[in-house]
Design a protein around this ligand. Structure first.
Ligand SMILES: *Cc1c(COP(=O)(O)O)cnc(C)c1O
Length: 395
């Protein structure tokens, strides 16, 4: 079905399994194990000679439906669903790397991903080099004989920097490494990294795939061969997505395209408005011509996405942090919370929340200033969002 239909159709129709009851909406299988006809069938299922469900740590029909739907949208052969976005990244690295292997990652990836690489996985012998997302020469120079993965996130969080997926894939492949792209900000509705040359996609389904801030989940996608050890890690280590969460994500995927278009339309309008306000130093949004990688973003993603960041101009006597906090504290509608991808707009101060565990030096190196504010634009009316940011209309 995957080559025949458009993305919206696949989002609604792909991956669906129907029981003998003929339900028209996907069923939720809240059971931990599956019965076999006899001992021989049990042996065949465990031995992998007969396909079928065994135990929900690694086989569950609701989770399978989610995996197959997301794989269809990303154009991937296989998807492995996980308990969170972080466990997707963990499963990817644990499945594909060993102690002594080397990973090149962009400095501007999700703050917790930096922690996972440089604190936890480093203790287990993973060698990690952090480079600039947008400087291909740094990626090339960082390559070592033991480089296994390139890890990038585009657009990045919170500065919405855009990396050239096709170019990074070429460098990774010349080094004998796989390119991993965290596609959380765009989702397949706006960007399909495998079609641009990436080998592996990571998702935090918690964000736009759910879309309504309800449950946590993640996914790793790629070819059968690449996913085999990733699935092997999940089967053994149990970083499993629950059937309930998979069911929520299936429903989320059905409306992903229309939601992403609505998020992006509001985010673009808000970014354009913010650029005109006297209380602003700088706005970061890939859909603005002022964005440093605007041309690349136009080529690589369908729309600018739903995340807008901006630097607040401090008033006399205000520190950068105080200026940012004043804007956040003056809001009445927008939720002060670190999540993103929700229908409810959210506002956050990266330097003291999502990126607070990154050292001040590393934060400065990745360009996250103390006056930076990030908004994940929801689906409220744009005029109500502007009214909630009135503080920025004053000098
Ligand atoms: C949130 C996020 C993650 C981690 O996902 P969780 O579901 O919170 O574990 C990874 N990458 C990006 C870009 C994210 O925004």
């Amino acid at each position: 079905m995957n080559d025949q239909y458009h993305l919206e159709t696949l989002a609604v129709r792909a991956g669906t399994l129907t029981t003998a009851f003929g339900e028209n909406s996907e069923a939720m299988f809240l059971n931990s194990s599956f019965r076999f006809e006899n001992a021989a069938q049990a042996a065949a299922r465990f031995g992998g000679t007969e396909p079928g469900n065994i135990y929900s740590r690694f086989t569950n029909p609701t989770v399978t439906m989610f995996q197959d739907k997301l794989a269809a949208l990303e154009g991937a052969e296989q998807c492995v669903a996980t308990s969170s976005g972080m466990s997707a990244i963990l499963a990817c690295v644990m499945g594909l790397c060993s102690a002594g292997d080397h990973v090149v990652a962009s400095r501007s990836i999700f703050g917790t991903t930096v922690q996972l690489f440089t604190n936890i996985l480093k203790r287990w012998g993973l060698d990690v080099t952090l480079v600039s997302l947008t400087d291909a020469a740094e990626w090339k120079a960082a390559v070592k004989p033991n480089t296994k993965l390139f890890f990038a996130e585009t657009p990045s969080n919170p500065l919405t920097e855009v990396g050239d997926i096709a170019e990074l894939a070429t460098i990774a492949h010349a080094a004998g490494a796989y390119l991993v792209v965290d596609n959380c900000f765009c989702t397949p509705a706006l960007q399909q990294p495998l079609k641009l040359g990436a080998d592996i996609i990571i998702h935090s389904a918690t964000k736009y795939i759910d879309g309504q801030g309800r449950v946590l989940g993640g996914a790793v996608l790629g070819s059968m061969a690449i996913m085999e050890p990733v699935y092997g890690f999940l089967r053994t280590a149990g970083v499993t997505m629950s059937a309930f969460n998979a069911w929520v994500f299936i429903k989320g995927l059905e409306t992903l395209q229309v939601r992403m278009e609505a998020h992006a339309a509001r985010a673009l309008a808000l970014a354009q408005w913010l650029e005109q306000q006297p209380g602003i130093d700088r706005v970061y949004y890939p859909g603005l011509p002022s964005h440093p990688q605007y041309d690349l973003a136009q080529k690589q993603q369908r729309l600018g996405g739903g995340i807008v960041s901006f630097e607040v101009k401090p008033r006399a006597g205000q520190t950068q942090k105080e200026a940012a906090w004043a804007v956040i504290d003056a809001t009445r509608l927008i939720s002060i919370t670190a999540n993103l991808g929700d229908v409810k707009s959210t506002i956050t101060h990266p330097a003291t929340t999502t990126h607070s565990r990154v050292s001040p030096e590393a934060r400065a190196a990745s360009g996250i200033k103390d006056n930076l504010v990030r908004i994940a634009v929801g689906l409220e009316h744009i005029e109500d969002l502007k009214a909630d940011l009135q503080l920025l209309t004053q000098q």
